[in-house]
Design a protein around this ligand. Structure first.
Ligand code: OGA
Ligand code: NI
Length: 207
């Protein structure tokens, strides 16, 4: 199978199941680059306690969500150019193969300290949310059974468990897939983002 067929298969799965797991999505070099960035962000105290809800009702509740995040900025975080490049490529592929209208993205790095979790939730908190596809890229090189921090997908009464192993990518539909991060027993690292929906028409705003 050539690269194109491989991606068509992945997107077929995404269309059918609302999620798809892609192992070895990151190259070793991309993985190292992100981890170097992560280490610097941690050293400089750039990771902040994550909250829940949209800006108006933003709250910090560790009982719901225990991770620390740092939002990425393409203009500022130029070290991560290869990452922004593969995100752009992913967006182009989704537009081409899945006919999605995507207009941008928002990404952060996330660290779940030992003992933290994220309760079951949907990534769209309200009708204003334009998150269409959730992208999770896991960065835990020596993850092993018993370390915890698995992602659980709830779908059609089933629970699908995804281990957060290094270089794995998980894509799912942000508006339909409920999910949860189980308590992690070791620090857990990821790169998380959302591909944003382009409103069909903003004509009414223009009168
Ligand atoms: C989130 C989330 C899951 C994960 O940030 O909304 O659900 O596996 N993350 O890190
Ligand atoms: Ni989520």
């Amino acid at each position: 199978m050539d690269q194109e067929d491989i991606w068509v298969n992945r997107f077929d799965k995404l269309a059918e199941d609302d999620f798809v797991v892609v192992d070895d999505f990151l190259s070793i070099d991309e993985f190292r680059l992100i981890m170097d960035f992560f280490r610097r962000a941690e050293e400089d105290n750039r990771l902040k306690k994550a909250g829940i809800g949209a800006s108006g009702e933003f709250q910090i509740k560790s009982s719901i969500r225990g991770d620390f995040i740092h939002w990425l900025d393409q203009n500022r975080d130029t070290d991560l150019k290869p990452v922004f490049d593969f995100i752009d490529e992913l967006i182009q592929k989704l537009k081409r193969y899945c006919f999605l209208s995507l207009s941008g993205s928002e990404f952060h790095i996330a660290k779940y300290p030992e003992g933290s979790h994220y309760d079951r939730h949907l990534d769209q908190f309200n009708e204003r949310s334009n998150r269409q596809i959730t992208v999770l890229i896991y960065l835990n090189e020596h993850w092993k059974n018993g370390d915890g921090g698995e992602l659980v997908i709830y779908k059609d009464g089933e629970e699908i468990v995804v281990e957060p192993i290094a270089r794995r990518m998980l894509l799912f539909k942000s508006d339909t897939i409920e999910h949860e991060v189980l308590t992690t027993k070791v620090p857990r690292y990821s790169l998380t983002g959302w591909l944003l929906h382009q409103p069909q028409s903003v004509g009414y705003l223009l009168g």
